[in-house]
Design a protein around this ligand. Structure first.
Ligand SMILES: [Zn+2]
Ligand SMILES: [Zn+2]
Length: 332
């Protein structure tokens, strides 16, 4: 596992290296440090909050999470289903509470990630280790390969969606308001909470928690888990990540069939996936439609694999992961 003492002990020299090379994105690094301080203050403010505020902060985990999973990810990045205007507005508002950059930028980075996974053109290339894939990538200026790859993709569908462009136009101020201030205003208005405890807990602490839940998809789900659908790829099936990221941990399936709205092979009774349930409920009342699935493509792949096996064609074998190869060298 890459989450080791060595990784943490090397952080100062990595920072020195990038500082000397002029690679650090100071705006994002400063903002991220500020957000984590606000979240830390939130930890100490938990005892000052009413139980309604704590429940509100807890509910904002799935509410803001849906803005990422069902919105920025499955709808806007992958177009795995179509959504009516009111649903798109609702998802945009949830997405703004999550405050992970505008939908336009999130979807752009994500499409590049899928097309160039585990290469220099992947914005959060997991080959560079857990810390980089998790959050370190945000502290650095983008690799020129990432910028070049972004220029080669088509984002006209995003530019044509007025909901996406409205949020982009008000970025980052609207998202900052929705993330930190709006949750506190709700708590003040509806159950008479004091503003600042709600700001720090339902705003800052909840925000940073959901941020790390999302980051786990890029770090843990790219480094740890099973690979039943594509043994050669890094993305893996990770049920723990699915719990934190409300259904986004079935990542080996997702990278193999990115157009699948469920981002998992099975239904919600066997694979934890509240985001799929939410889309299914919206489809049942006619607010979304055109849900695509990867199951037919998967079945075809299995038929092909069985045919190859009978013909004596060797099954693909993955190269050892870098950290496993290092461990093997050390043992020899
Ligand atoms: Zn991924
Ligand atoms: Zn994706």
């Amino acid at each position: 596992m890459d989450l080791s003492h060595k990784m943490f002990s090397e952080i100062p020299s990595v920072i020195r290296h990038h500082g000397n090379a002029g690679n650090i994105n100071w705006l994002m690094t400063t903002y991220s440090a500020w957000a984590h301080v606000v979240a830390l203050v939130g930890v100490f403010k938990i005892m000052d909050c009413s139980k309604e505020t704590l429940m509100w902060a807890f509910l904002l985990w799935p509410i803001s999470g849906l803005g990422i999973t069902v919105g920025a990810h499955r709808l806007w990045s992958h177009r795995s289903y179509s959504a009516s205007f009111p649903v798109r507005v609702f998802l945009m508002l949830c997405n703004s509470i999550a405050n992970q950059g505008s939908i336009l930028h999130w979807a752009r980075d994500h499409r590049v990630h899928h097309k160039h996974s585990e290469t220099d053109a992947d914005p959060h290339n997991a080959m560079r280790g857990f810390f980089f894939a998790h959050i370190g990538w945000l502290f650095l200026k983008k690799n020129p390969e990432v910028i070049r790859a972004g220029k080669e993709l088509d984002f006209s569908d995003l530019h044509e969606d007025p909901v996406v462009m409205f949020q982009r136009m008000l970025d980052p101020w609207f998202a900052l308001y929705m993330c930190f201030v709006f949750p506190a205003q709700i708590a003040v208005k509806f159950w008479g909470e004091n503003f600042w405890p709600a700001f720090f807990v339902a705003g800052g602490l909840r925000y940073v928690y959901v941020l790390h839940c999302t980051f786990l998809v890029n770090s843990a789900a790219h480094l740890h888990g099973d690979h039943p659908y594509d043994v050669l790829s890094y993305p893996s099936e990770n049920p723990y990540v699915s719990f934190f990221a409300i259904g986004e941990g079935w990542h080996n399936w997702h990278h193999k069939y990115p157009f699948d709205y469920a981002t998992s092979e099975f239904g919600i009774s066997s694979q934890y996936n509240p985001s799929k349930l939410f889309i299914d409920v919206l489809a049942a009342v006619g607010l979304v439609w055109g849900r695509k699935r990867g199951t037919a493509a998967c079945e075809m792949g299995m038929v092909r694999r069985d045919r190859d096996r009978e013909a004596g064609v060797p099954l693909p074998k993955p190269a050892p992961r870098p950290w496993k190869a290092h461990a093997a060298v050390k043992h020899d």
